[in-house]
Write a protein of this length. Structure first.
Length: 432
């Protein structure tokens, strides 16, 4: 039986695996490394976060984005947007250096089994483990407005559905949304030769300002400190104090997680977007219907109702995290979990990211109502990996005490049986 199975191999899953390996846990890591970044982001996109706030996490800090760039003759400077391709390559490099073998297996089921869990894969393997960390990323939680659901994919798609936007050249495309994904997708579509417009519920678009230099005077630094989620004390608190966020009342946490750091475009995108993309602000989608070779959109705006025809709609409407959208987790287990959140059922978690089902841990988007907005960004992976692995170690100690079972490490070369060793503590090895 394994100590931990990590389901998912994006920034959170890889970071957790690196810390777990350093702590001496018997480990399996299942998933396609950096899948959402490799498969679901169009060519030409840039990372919105600053490079120094976009590190995956290993216990010794050896495999940072800056280390990758220096080793490969690249630059990662504050205030300069980094291509998504560079970040994706960095994640693959991290996986190859900081994580034990990642197995590209598709997990189809996680369910309680005996004193632990049984993890089943589409490839036919069943894996017994004492603990599981679900770091499934964002793709299970793709959100479409209700008016667009059920329409054929040749007419409606999500912004995460496209690796290449070139096939839209010469077509009329409507992008729905007002965040970075909507604005950058619209700009890229225009640059690929599409006739594109943006429909936004917001009365106006918000744009981030050019970041202040890292090296500033004392007064400027105190007034608006830098953080992994942007400048200012509020962003600093969400970025640096997830443990304190967890101590807020559940209702308050839910409201902040749902509304903090709202839709906004990166400062460097504005000059590419505004000359090319017309915007219908303060317009709400009332309905949509297929007709002919296109789609009729019915909108309500400041001047009343309006309809328009378009060849295709791209819904850049984000992700809606909810346990109900995670079918790989056993249905009865999902139903029994203690939950929090205001917009969906998300797991209520301990300080170590453990759910109310002992041994079941969560990471990433589903944890935002427990630990705050940082969990929506790569920056949250460092806090998560350290705390979650310490939580796993505590659970394994509890398991050992209650079941009187020996803890083992993988069999060294030349030995026929696993070697019993003392269970590692939270301060053991490089995982401290």
């Amino acid at each position: 039986m394994y100590d931990l199975v990590v389901v998912g191999a994006g920034p959170y899953g890889l970071s957790i695996a690196s810390h777990a390996e350093a702590a001496g846990l018997r480990l399996r890591v299942l998933g396609r490394p950096m899948a959402s970044w490799r498969d679901h982001m169009p060519h030409g996109m840039f990372l919105k976060s600053e490079p120094w706030a976009s590190n995956l996490s290993d216990p010794d800090g050896l495999f940072s984005l800056d280390a990758y760039c220096r080793r490969h003759g690249l630059t990662a400077r504050h205030g300069e947007p980094l291509p998504i391709g560079t970040f994706t390559d960095y994640g693959m490099w991290f996986a190859g250096h900081a994580v034990p073998d990642v197995e590209e297996l598709t997990v189809t089921s996680v369910r309680p089994f005996g004193s632990g869990f049984l993890v089943a894969t589409a490839e036919g393997e069943s894996i017994e483990t004492r603990t599981v960390a679900l770091a499934v990323g964002v793709m299970p939680f793709v959100h479409y407005p209700g008016q667009l659901r059920g329409l054929p994919p040749e007419l409606v798609s999500h912004s995460s559905s496209h690796r290449d936007l070139a096939p839209f050249a010469g077509r009329d495309v409507t992008v729905v949304g007002a965040g970075q994904a909507a604005l950058e997708t619209a700009a890229l579509l225009a640059e690929h030769g599409a006739a594109v417009r943006l429909v936004a519920r917001a009365g106006r678009l918000n744009w981030n300002t050019v970041p202040a230099p890292l090296e500033r005077g004392l007064w400027q630094s105190v007034r608006r400190p830098h953080s992994g989620l942007g400048s200012g004390w509020t962003s600093w608190a969400w970025s640096e104090l997830p443990w304190a966020f967890r101590r807020l009342p559940a209702a308050t946490r839910g409201r902040i997680a749902a509304g903090a750091l709202g839709p906004a475009g990166a400062w460097w995108l504005r000059e590419r977007f505004e000359p090319r993309v017309p915007v219908l602000p303060a317009h709400r989608l009332r309905g949509a219907a297929a007709g002919g070779s296109g789609l009729r959109l019915d909108l309500t705006g400041p001047d009343g109702d309006v309809s328009l025809w378009t060849d295709h709609v791209v819904a850049a409407t984000g992700f809606s995290p909810s346990l109900d959208r995670l079918p790989l987790l056993d249905r009865e287990a999902r139903a029994a979990l203690a939950t929090s959140g205001t917009e969906g059922r998300t797991p209520e978690l301990s300080a170590g990211f453990e759910s109310s089902l002992p041994g079941l841990f969560f990471a990433g988007l589903l944890t935002a109502p427990s630990f705050g907005p940082a969990m929506r960004f790569v920056h949250g992976a460092t806090f998560t990996a350290d705390r979650l692995v310490r939580g796993v170690l505590r659970r394994l100690r509890s398991h050992r005490t209650s079941h009187r079972t020996a803890y083992t490490v993988p069999r060294p070369a030349g030995r026929e049986e696993p070697v019993p060793v003392p269970l590692p503590t939270a301060d053991a090895g490089r995982g401290a």
